[in-house]
Design a protein around this ligand. Sequence first.
Ligand code: SF4
Ligand code: SF4
Length: 450
Amino acid sequence: MRNIKKFPIGGTHLPENKDLTTDRAIQIALPVNHVIIPLRQHLGVPCKPHVAVGDKVEPGQLIGSNTEGLSARIHASVKGTVTAIEDRTMIDGAPLVCICIKLDPDRDGLDQATQALLAHEEGAASKEIPDAAIVIERVEAAGIVGMGGAAFPTHIKLKGRSDMPIDTVIINGAECEPYITTDDRLMQEQAAAIFRGLEIIRQTVGAQKGYVASEINKPVAIEQLQQEAKNWEYLEAVRLDTRYPHGAEKHLIKAVLNREVPMRQLPMAVGALVNNVQTTVAIAAAVDRERPLIARVLTVSGSAIRNPGNFLTPIGTPIRDLIEAAGGLTDPEAIIVIGGPMTGTATTDLDLPVTKSTSGIVALQPGEYADRSNEVCIRCARCVSVCPMYLQPNRITAFVNNHMLPEAMEFGLQDCILCGACAYVCPSHRPLLQWLRQGKAQAAQQGRNP
Ligand code: SF4
Ligand code: SF4
């Protein structure tokens, strides 16, 4: 097919299951009783609370920050009262204890939340783009992080490095994780805001060119992007083949620019900067309207969800409330996965809140979610042939399981992007992804740069 780009080696084709929600317009879903706002929703050090129990807060009010390291500010997502500041166990690939602020919305707090959420749907601005320093300041003030899952503070990314100039910005609309249609819907409904955000990023980092890249399994979104691209001189919409994991940064860059990011280096090593679709919309809102990041769109889907959909919800809304907004579960034994079935984490804790990087909630019938048993490796090498990072997952996980971390790292543990493709194809259903995560967590604990 002409002009359809793809990365050359590795990866796999998955059952997509996106038809459940690709045509479901984004709706607002509000918390029922409270929101729980973790003070660590980003890569880096947790924020320190700026409020105390009993304080009244307004939506968008700064409630946490930390200037002592890499961090991103946290804001109240509803009008209400602080009723607790306490440690809770969150999921960040693995369980993680994190200080959280509990807010109970005032009687009119949810009406205000609705207004704030509706304001997110305003069209793109046509104002002049401010100087780079002002853009970065507003993005930092808004507390924006990578909303595709990485949660890296965006203002740091925009600052870049003087020794690594950026010539191309790519907006990652691949969204290759099954079931999730968050970016798909944003591209269908808010193409103008995405291009506006891309142009802001392009000018801020001094790049010559910008692309929005989406897989061809999103035809309506691609049509919207191509129409919108006609309004922008230096920006284009590009089509990607449908293959997992096209959404991984290095694979996206290879597909769009045919540039190979060297192992253990960042995209800026080859002059590229990659941003998520929803992050880009948030950047446009922060720069044009000085709006903090207090809500996000996510998909609630799966065979055990009664009425799957895409929802805009305040940060901190418990996933229980989102499941109810989607009609509830059809099976009380359903397995709930935060994120998608490939890279997400199964949980039984429905009080867990939506964070800035929660792209979806997927509820599956028990038989559908691979029951990862620890069966013997039959040395079929399927995990090797599918690995998009050209690793040997069977060998790396054997090292991890035998407490041989230096050897696991020598075989590339830190290059693993945790895409889960190896676990997906393993005929023995070995929990390779779980072991890889454990290995990385151990390496981080030992200060080995996972
Ligand atoms: S999870 Fe890591 S080891 Fe497994 S296929 Fe993906 S990159 Fe390769
Ligand atoms: S795919 Fe599974 S069984 Fe096959 S070599 Fe890899 S770990 Fe072993």
